[in-house]
Design a protein. Structure first.
Length: 461
């Protein structure tokens, strides 16, 4: 591949400061000033988490089956949009990828079209940020929104002559990207703005949300019907592993509507809060056999013994949209799934660092053990650290919980997450459980009543 020719002088001049920032950061400096925050965060991931060499990073060939199914309508509509963006373009590349960044189709014209194969913009190549570094496809998937990456904002030097804008189409239930649409130009600014891609994909996103609303009604009807016929605990989970409904018996066992049942317990005993780990297996079983039902054995603190749950999928058309779990044996038997819950899947790229914003707005990368707890203030989330309070780079306590849970953090209140390994004091104040990570200081982390069983279990009480 010929990468010796520099970008055009006007393109180079437009990004001279960005290149200087990239050069400083790639050489080890912590200063990422002069670039958008989303790019700076991606650079931090590339250098400190993925440890990517920017001089050798390139797309990887897709091996084996796709990472997951893509809705046929999504691909059809993105293909039509790609054709409209290509109309009359003289230096443009348009690519459609799946939710893992694997290019499914690409169209090119002019210099961009000629350079695309050498760069790796063609089907069977995957542009994940964890392998290729900051790029419009992979970084859009990580950020789960529209993303523009121009010139040396790319982590890989191979991509410095490119200007790209991408948008992810999210699953309305799991929020995970289903596919992406990316528009790029070679040695000039791409004329398609992030806003253009958002507006172009808005009808598709709206249609997906309308379908999800219909599915929610089907799930609610299935839950009510099973609860009416059952005398045991009944819980409904969507395909993100979130509890969408639970009867009183299920709530007493720890199922909390609105929360993700993907807890990884301190001990080897998995209870109802681990049911979310069944999502992938249930989905695959139902695709093989639409009439499939299963069973799983989970620990119950109420009975101090294992209980068998019947797993009943909820299907719309030929696709599973949720599943119900019930302790009533009258619901019927099924294939055992105990092995899956005993060995839950681990994240593909566990993040060993926590990015935060310091007092001056500078980016700080923390080790998880340096963060004592997190507290929400509206949509903003503050991390209380060994170096003082810092603002989380992610907005919303629910999203911060999703990122920090694999690192040993536990939700204890609607507004608080606590690092379980940093808890030092446990007290009861006015019949309420209160935690502290700083003995001797007036620090009180409240525990909501509904979280008390979870906290006691995590702390071995």
């Amino acid at each position: 591949m010929d990468t010796s020719a520099p970008p055009s002088r006007s393109f180079d001049r437009a990004f001279s400061r960005t290149y200087a920032a990239w050069e400083r950061f790639a050489s080890g400096s912590g200063d990422a000033s002069g670039v958008p925050r989303s790019i700076a965060l991606s650079w931090h991931r590339c250098r400190d988490v993925y440890r990517i060499d920017p001089t050798t990073a390139q797309a990887e060939a897709v091996r084996g089956a796709p990472a997951g199914p893509v809705h046929g309508r999504v691909l059809a509509e993105l293909g039509a949009l790609a054709a409209s963006f290509m109309a009359g373009a003289e230096n443009r590349l348009v690519a459609v990828s799946d939710g893992a960044g694997a290019v499914l189709a690409a169209w090119g014209s002019g210099p961009a079209g000629r350079r695309a194969p050498d760069t790796g913009f063609f089907p069977t190549m995957r542009w994940s940020e964890a392998v290729t570094g900051t790029n419009a496809i992979g970084t859009t998937i990580v950020q789960r929104r529209v993303c523009s990456v121009c010139g040396p904002e790319h982590w890989s030097t191979v991509l410095h002559p490119w200007s790209c804008t991408g948008v992810a189409v999210p699953d309305p239930v799991t929020a995970a990207p289903l596919a992406t649409l990316t528009v790029a130009s070679w040695r000039e600014m791409v004329s398609v703005r992030p806003r253009d891609l958002l507006l172009a994909t808005e009808p598709l996103v709206t249609a997906l949300h309308e379908a999800a609303a219909r599915h929610r009604r089907l799930i609610a009807e299935a839950f009510v019907d099973l609860d009416r016929r059952s005398s045991g605990a009944v819980v409904a989970l969507d395909l993100s592993g979130r509890v969408v409904a639970a009867n009183d018996a299920a709530r007493r066992r720890g199922a909390v509507p609105g929360e993700h049942a993907v807890e990884r317990p301190v001990t080897s005993r998995h209870d109802i809060r681990s049911l979310g780990h069944l999502v992938h297996e249930v989905r695959e079983r139902v695709r093989e056999d639409p009439g499939w039902q299963g069973t799983v054995s989970l620990w119950s603190a109420l009975t101090a013994d294992d209980e068998t749950y019947r797993v009943v999928p909820v299907v719309a058309g030929a696709d599973p949209i949720a599943f119900l779990a019930c302790t009533d044996a009258r619901v019927g038997a099924g294939d055992p799934l105990d092995r899956l819950v005993a060995t839950p899947d681990r994240p593909r790229h566990p993040a060993p660092r926590v990015p935060a914003l310091g007092a001056g707005g500078q980016l700080v990368v923390l080790h998880p053990s340096e963060v004592r707890y997190a507290r929400s203030d509206g949509h903003a989330v503050w991390l209380v650290t060994d170096h003082g309070p810092m603002r989380a780079t992610t907005r919303g306590i629910d999203q911060v919980e999703h990122e920090l849970s694999p690192l040993g953090f536990l939700r204890v209140h609607r507004s608080y997450l606590v690092n379980v390994g940093r808890v030092r004091d446990i007290a009861s104040v006015k019949d309420r459980l209160v935690l502290s990570t700083a003995p001797g200081e007036d620090e009180r982390i409240p525990v909501s009543r509904r979280y008390v069983p979870v906290v006691r279990h995590a702390l071995g009480l």
